[in-house]
Design a protein. Structure first.
Length: 613
């Protein structure tokens, strides 16, 4: 029989739980009430309308991506506001949709490129947008670009415009392509840190910063060939768009100084002389010229226009029930890691689950795997490839569409597809493998800290404080060598090549999509839509719809995503310059954090560091 104290205790707990529950409910009501107010405030803009004859302003802010990373609600809440700050992400598919829709929209008369807030986006994605701009121009509509200054990537996209205007105090900054990084061998030696590197591939340079103080001759050779190939694509495209000589884009220091002297030291005048731009206009001069071109807006303060984000919101089609067979599109973007990963990363389990979902969906008749990845875990890469094989075994064709890069592990997950598309500037290949273990026995010993003990085998008590015996190093190296053999064997089998042929173009070397086609690593050059068309053709589909297959969000996640989808910062854009020490520390921490994120159970990685220009 329970005692009186225990009865009182239960009553007290019941009262407390009731009070505590009411407290949580009350706080939640307040919290979600505030959230609701935020949503209302974000969505209570005056009704967005597209005026007849208006210009569509392509004011892209942030980075163009194939898949947005999952929104961090705390980060988004700290940045909520009304002005774009350039740190967000924009779906490539949204940009292409907006331009294509505007081309056939009779209310839209012009396209204005406002690219000042566009951030680091690969040339292959910019080329896709450029192709859409060309299609827009083919309808007879005009495209103009206007900017206070143009960085190299901004200018690539601006070159597709009929007219390019620059602020009289602005400049066009075209510096070419380079590959420079920091090297830490001497620093590690001074700190008595031992970096044990295991790799196969003459050109597999991901670990060079830890074992050298400079770039190896092999890495210099491969990087220079790659950079020259990429630059040729850039320069040829811009030169054709602007009707100038490609050699007039990246000038030597002497030639640049000579051209600057001709322009009396004015960068903007030099840009006109070089025919990089068509004219100089201040913000007010551009506004007035656009008023003449399309008319005044209804508020009378500007020209008739609608920006990218508003136009997307008023034209974006709502999902409709599909009765046709479908081509599924699965995006594999980011580093390849193990387990389940959020959007913007590739998970061995989570990406495999999406492929399984497509396999068991009877309405999905073919799959396009959009790969935009430099690789990562060898184990997770093989997990994903096995699901590609399972799709093929289910008689569902798989076509790979490579984005900015699909190298190393990104190529591993692509290799078994029925057909592979790359863009001319896709970075691919990097068929090599490495492992690295950093140990601290010497640095700890220097301050009087030692590791000792006993175990039943050499592997027992394995620790970074203990060091690696020659025998253990030999075992790890043997695993790496076997991994490389498996990689080139896989490529040889899937691409119908001999081992020697694959080995000669492997060794960790990175190729452009154009060169990869010559070498037989891909089947064709094309965009995502080409891959969709090919997949439908291979599945014998006359009529079909497309469906993006992605992880389903929980109601809470969906709520957060929708609430913060347009979050941006109140702070005005500014240009800051980091100190040399900050630069060094950021590069070092970037390398360390990148490697810390890798979690292959065998410590074996298929990763292309050269892909991150």
């Amino acid at each position: 029989m329970p005692t009186k104290p225990s009865i009182f205790k239960r009553i007290f707990l019941l009262i407390w739980n009731t009070v505590n529950g009411l407290r949580k409910l009350f706080l939640n009501l307040i919290f979600f009430g505030v959230i609701a107010l935020i949503i209302v405030s974000l969505s209570t803009d005056d009704g967005v309308e597209v005026e007849n004859g208006a210009a569509l302003v392509l004011n892209l802010s942030g980075t163009i991506v194939d898949q947005k990373r999952q929104v961090d609600p705390i980060e988004a809440a700290m940045k909520s506001g009304n002005e774009a700050d350039g740190s967000g992400e924009i779906l490539l598919s949204d940009v292409l949709y907006v331009i294509d829709n505007a081309a056939s929209d009779e209310r839209i008369s012009q396209l204005v490129l406002d690219l000042g807030m566009l951030r680091g986006t690969g040339i292959s994605k910019l080329q896709s947008i450029g192709n859409a701009i060309d299609s827009f121009k083919a309808t007879g509509k005009t495209v103009v670009a206007n900017g206070n200054w143009y960085g190299q990537n901004h200018y690539f996209l601006a070159s597709f415009a009929d007219k390019v205007y620059l602020n009289p105090q602005g400049s066009v900054e075209i510096e070419g392509l380079g590959r420079y990084r920091l090297y830490f061998k001497s620093a590690l030696e001074k700190l008595k840190i031992n970096a044990h590197v295991f790799r196969v591939g003459t050109f597999k340079s991901a670990v060079e910063p830890f074992i050298r103080d400079d770039m190896s001759d092999e890495a210099k050779e491969a990087n220079l060939v790659l950079l020259n190939d990429l630059w040729r694509s850039y320069a040829d495209t811009v030169a054709a768009n602007r009707g100038i000589n490609s050699n007039d884009l990246s000038l030597s220091a002497d030639d640049y100084l000579a051209q600057l002297d001709k322009a009396d030291g004015k960068s903007a005048d030099m840009a006109v002389n070089m025919k990089w731009v068509d004219g100089l206009k201040s913000a007010e001069e551009f506004r007035l010229s656009m008023v003449d071109a399309v008319g005044k807006s209804s508020d009378g303060n500007s020209y008739k226009h609608i920006d990218f984000y508003d136009y997307l919101s008023v034209t974006q089609a709502h999902p409709s029930l599909s009765l046709n067979d479908q081509v599924g599109i699965i995006v594999a973007k980011g580093n390849i890691l193990n387990g389940s990963q959020p959007a913007g990363q590739i998970g061995g389990d989570s990406t495999s689950e999406l492929l399984r979902k497509a396999r068991f969906d009877d309405s999905i008749k073919a799959v396009v795997l959009r790969v935009d990845s430099p690789g990562g875990s060898a184990f997770a890469s093989e997990q994903i490839r096995q699901e590609v094989l399972a799709l093929k075994a289910a008689n569902k064709p798989v076509v790979v569409s490579m984005g900015s890069y699909a190298a190393s592990g990104g190529y591993w997950i692509s290799a078994s597809a029925d057909y592979i598309y790359a863009t001319p500037t896709t970075l691919t290949g990097s068929i090599g493998i490495f492992g690295m273990i950093t140990t601290f026995e010497d640095s700890l010993a220097s301050i009087g800290v030692h590791t000792d003990g006993v175990g039943t085998s050499e592997w027992a008590g394995f620790s970074v404080t203990k060091g690696l015996s020659p025998q253990i190093q030999a075992v790890i190296q043997r695993h790496i060598e076997r991994g490389y053999y498996d990689f080139i064997s896989l490529v040889a089998k899937e691409r119908d090549m001999s081992l020697d042929q694959v080995d000669s173009i492997a060794q960790g070397r990175v190729w452009t999509g154009r060169k990869a086609l010559e070498l037989g690593l891909v089947d064709g050059l094309g965009e995502l839509q080409d891959a969709v068309t090919k997949a439908a053709e291979m599945a014998s589909l006359d009529t079909f719809d497309t469906e993006v297959i992605e992880r389903e969000l929980s109601p809470q996640e969906q709520f957060i995503q929708e609430m913060f989808a347009t979050a941006s910062s109140h702070l005005p854009p500014s240009v800051t310059q980091s100190s040399l020490l900050e630069t060094i520390l950021s590069q070092w921490s970037g390398v360390v954090e990148e490697f810390k994120a890798f979690d292959d159970p065998n410590g074996v990685y298929l990763y292309c560091d050269t892909c991150n220009f």
